[in-house]
Design a protein around this ligand. Structure first.
Ligand code: ATP
Length: 359
């Protein structure tokens, strides 16, 4: 069994910066946990603490039933895959994979078995004699994974392993990593700032912000019921529309909006219609811009009865801007006036400070 449990984990860097402010996470045996959040939120710090590459200021990290706070990295039974691969350029693929095992004094016959098996799984068998410079980026990334696999660790740790790859390869490798992890059934913790990568890989998603856990759970639950406006705008692209609810036409439209200060609506939950949404929201918009991306179209509208004041999440949507997703390539024209309607059960209601979901 290799559960990984973090209890009230804290990290203050020398100099006094508090990078992790008390984090609790429980990753079950064989689960794939993804830490996601914006740059600087502390996800790499947290992963490095699990790896033993950073000291722990407070709390406990437990791997496979053993508190590892004082255990050396080499004795934690983990293997880490980094974004820069960290391959030895002068060594062949075979020797790159074998290196860590030789260091541990493993017999050559056992090393050969493990490297050949990993190469087979990763489709690297024909390339074992090549040097890293003779491989593509995706193949190098697979060698880096092979090096982790041959160790047969209790836990894999991934630090943005795909961030050096181009968009197409990232998607292909993302699928590969998930298939591989399902096959090996090894408990994994994966760091990324890419919310789509996080959504598609995770059994458990941990959304971090400012050194704390903002929300933790199943990715689809988080998408459907974000706990805060931070999560609502971070998970999902384009982001959820967030609008302040004041004593105006919007609040009077929505049933059960008492206690709420912000309403959120995902772009795909609007329909363009002349009907009214009973108990929901109907917004009059002027179309400002249109993005055709093939299977869908994003319509950027400005609210006609625009509220004065700031957007709920500064930096996410300008005040008064609303994004509507329309399936296919049809859609209104720039300058056209439309009505975007969302039913009551598609609305997300938050307190005015955005820290709490209220409906
Ligand atoms: P990114 O996606 O940019 O890598 P991250 O979420 O992984 O970001 P961390 O690298 O964990 O963030 O850093 C968290 C915070 O701790 C940042 O504000 C960073 O500046 C700070 N930090 C990281 N390393 C140190 C250090 N050695 N000394 C002091 N502060 C540090």
């Amino acid at each position: 069994m290799a559960n990984v449990t973090l209890r009230s984990v804290r990290k203050t860097y020398p100099g006094g910066f508090e990078a992790i402010k008390g984090v609790d996470v429980d990753v079950g045996d064989g689960q794939f946990c993804v830490l996601v959040g914006p740059s600087g939120c502390g996800k790499s710090t947290l992963l490095r603490m699990v790896a033993g590459l950073e000291t722990i200021t407070g709390g406990e990290i437990d791997i496979g039933g053993r508190v590892v706070n004082q255990v050396e990295p080499a004795d934690r039974d983990i293997a880490m895959v980094f974004q820069n691969y960290a391959l030895y350029p002068h060594m062949s693929v075979y020797n790159n994979m074998a290196y860590g095992l030789r260091n541990r004094g493993m017999a050559e016959a056992e090393i050969k078995t493990r490297v050949e098996e990993a190469a087979r799984v990763l489709e690297l068998s024909p390339m074992l004699e090549r040097k890293p410079r003779q491989l593509s980026g995706g193949q190098r990334q697979r060698v880096a994974m092979g090096r982790a696999i041959v160790r047969q660790p209790k836990v894999f740790l991934f630090d943005e392993p795909l961030s050096n790859l181009d968009a197409k390869l990232r998607i292909a490798m993302r699928v590969e990593i998930r298939k591989l992890q399902r096959r090996l059934n090894t408990t994994s913790i994966y760091v990324t700032h890419d919310q789509l990568e996080a959504m598609t890989l995770a059994d458990i998603l941990v959304v971090m912000n400012g050194g704390q856990v903002e929300q933790i759970g199943n990715p689809l639950d988080i998408y459907q019921k974000p706990a805060t406006t931070f999560v609502a705008s971070f998970i999902g692209a384009p982001p959820m529309n967030l609008m302040p609810l004041r004593a105006d036409e919007l609040k009077s439209q929505i049933t059960g909006a008492d206690g709420a200060g912000i309403v959120g609506i995902r772009p795909e939950d609007f329909v363009i219609s002349s009907e009214t949404a009973s108990g929901g929201v109907a917004l009059g918009l002027t179309v400002e811009a249109i993005e055709h991306v093939g299977a869908e179209t994003f319509v950027y509208g400005s609210r006609q009865r625009e509220e004065q004041g700031v957007a709920a999440n500064p930096g996410e949507l300008p005040p008064g801007e609303v994004i509507v997703r329309v399936p296919g390539v049809s859609g209104p024209a720039i300058g056209e006036r439309i009505r975007a309607v969302a039913p009551r059960d598609k609305l997300h209601l938050f307190t005015a400070d955005g820290r709490k979901r209220v409906g």
